[in-house]
Design a protein. Structure first.
Length: 154
């Protein structure tokens, strides 16, 4: 199952990349939402950095291992996640439309490796339309937040 969307942000690509690759802020946000997250390495995130994530979903405790697999400055960030027979790939691509405008393309691809995971994925596919709308709304909200932060910083 694949979800993808794109938004345009009124900010230079360097600024957007700085915001998108601020993994420490994502970790703090996850902790505020009750998600247990820990990075295996100290310092800045580089290709190969691994996070261990634990949270409750559909009444069960879930554990996810996320690995930063691609980090190209001002171009692409890719993270691969594994959990209980599910494998997901999240990719963020940035394209400079002009000196002050950046397009962000976000995609998430989820695949099942076990029968139990296939059943879970099938139930998610039934709610695909709702999930896609929520996904688009969250990416739009994030893009607006980055835009607002850039305007305040000027």
């Amino acid at each position: 199952m694949k979800l993808s969307t794109r938004e345009d942000i009124e900010a230079p690509i360097a600024y957007v990349h700085e915001q998108v690759s601020d993994f420490a802020s994502y970790e703090r946000r996850a902790l505020r939402h009750g998600i247990d997250i820990s990075r295996r390495a100290e310092g800045d995130a580089v290709v190969g950095t691994i996070w261990d994530i634990a949270f409750a979903f559909r009444g069960r405790a879930r554990k996810v291992q996320a690995e930063l697999t691609k980090l190209e400055p001002e171009q692409v960030i890719e993270i691969e996640c594994q959990s209980d027979g599910l494998v997901g790939t999240s990719q963020i691509e940035l394209v400079a439309l002009s000196a002050t405008r950046t397009r962000i393309m976000v995609s998430f691809d989820l695949r099942a490796k076990t029968l139990t995971a296939r059943v879970l994925l099938q139930s998610l596919k039934l709610a695909r339309s709702t999930m896609h709308k929520r996904f688009q709304a969250r990416v739009l909200d994030y893009a607006e937040n980055v835009e607002d932060a850039y305007r305040r910083g000027l």
